[in-house]
Design a protein around this ligand. Sequence first.
Ligand code: SF4
Length: 694
Amino acid sequence: ADRTRGATVTVSTHCAYCALQCGTRLHHDGRAVGVEPSPDFPVNRGRLCQKGWTAPALLTVPDRLRTPLVRRADGALAPAGWDEALDLVASRLTRLREEHGPDAVAVFGGGGLTNEKAYALGKFARVALGTSQIDYNGRFCMSSAAAAGNAAFGVDRGLPFPVTDLADADVVLLAGANPAETMPPLMRHLARPRLVVVDPRRTRTAEQAVLHLQPAPGTDLALALGLLHLAVTDGHLDKEYLDTRTTGFDAAWRYAVAWWPERVEQVTGVPVADQREAVRLLAEAGRRYVLTGRGVEQHSKGTDTTAAFINLALALGLPGRMGSGYGCLTGQGNGQGGREHGQKADQLPGYRMITDPEARAHVAAVWGVDPDSLPGPGRSAYRLLDALGTPDGPRALLLMGSNPVVSAPHAAHVARRLAALDLLVVADLVPSETTELADVVLPVAQWAEEEGTMTNLEGRVLRRRALLAPPEGVRTDLEVLHGLAVRMGQPAERFPVSPRAVFDELRRASGGGRADYAGITYERLDAGEALHWPCPDEDHPGTPRLFLDRFAHADGRARFAPVEYRDPAETPGAGHPLHATTGRVLAQYQSGAQTRRVPDLMDAAPEAHVEIHPDTAARYGLSEGDLARVTSARGSTIARVRLVRTLRTDTVFLPFHFPGAGRANLLTGPALDPVSGMPEFKVSAVRVEPWQER
Ligand code: SF4
């Protein structure tokens, strides 16, 4: 605790939810927990959103899991002791491995896990289970931006500059990002710049823009190609920057040349004059940024679309310059750190590729194992979920920090695959739609009950601190992994339960890698140092701004990507005449497993809804407040109609936070980006019709 005054204990920590990781001070007076924003944390300085203000309610949710649950012979989940539950899981995992090989058991993690948990989970999979079958829900969040960023710059860090730099910008282009609703405190940094927003919806962010480009869903790649075309033909190319800091422009231009403004207007619906104005605003400003978000990334061509916006930024000479740049607004709380430490199917800690012999040798030495014993790359998230319980797929899954029955695409299919497993083990703090399918549920500590670190969207490593001990009967995820590993024959010291010990090992494992934490210590963080990776030694000040001298490729240059337009996997047609796009609302977070238990948030956003233009609603016989059935080729969802004029008349919008028959992901499909494995959350073809409650 930072201080104790009378009976009140106070700790400085960070929010329970999104990637902004707003600084908070939590107080406990012996009866209740209070929260206030940190006055001096630069990201949010004195501000929180509604979710942050109400986060203490998570600590007292009435249905908190407090004992392990095991599915009994009668089919019901019933309370069990920890030894019984862990013995059962370890023995069944061991038997499945022996009978069917190590890839018969799989692991699925989450982008909200602390760095320590993400690291320990990856190590547990590769060492204790020996399986290649691990991935995480960040695949559904950040993977397209990560793939495009790695290809362009040689390393991917959401914002390669402090978020506070945005406050001095003159113009910011936001492509598929709606921070006014998803992370409101960020908007204080966007108060000065003129905003150009690319979004099929007129979002709260778009309402603050000087220019809103509203492309048809799934066509933003054509728009990005067109903006590059105009940057060239209207004479805005930064030729010196191209010559000295980049390669590959000619190949990228070969595709963009065919996207003249009138053709772009025909495909996207964005008027030529608006395209030209967007490029002019961006090109003629002094300090300018291009930022992307899930709107352009969650597509079966998300990597190429993100790359096309990076191409635009490169053509204008923005990345790697003081006061300008490209960045991606990460979503989940540890969306950045969660992807650096080995939860991804193809990566080891420090952003090391699992196929790289040197990387394997380095990490194996830290783990004290033979490099040849480490598995190779596994399946990406949706492919992994899709393979569960199939003849060639895993027969058991350990799931930590994720609720895929709500958050994964083609959710009904994913639920069927989970139900087909021989063994599903879920570690979570509350019951969820996924724990309902589990054979074993393990109750774990949350946010303000344990120590650890998170890495926010600007690559800054932050200390999360415990205000309270976990409730009686609850263990930490690190204790769970330790308990299972020991039961499966691993030396106890190989899986420490102390977050600090895990972090110190993570530092060594990441050392020399692309996301290098070697010089970051709990002591330095506790002393208040602002440490952005890479930070290779304890005398290093960290790196708030990347790429100022060179990009991370061997030749120091950024790469243009040659990207070609293609349609979404589904376009509206007979039977399904509308686009459906999914996203978030301010008062809910991810699958809603946490926020749907917070009364104030439920008052603000109580149920599944579908936003629809009044003209479209009238065409299909729908009025405000009606229930509508929305149907795609995968299935139907039932949602309350909200009439809005912020949408195109060919598009409906559904938030994805709600359970049961209101799941937006009952509609989304299995089309994946071929590079990143990102599903196509943002475009499905649907029809809408009135629905009567029975
Ligand atoms: Fe928490 Fe994100 Fe809201 Fe900040 S913006 S208070 S981190 S949910």
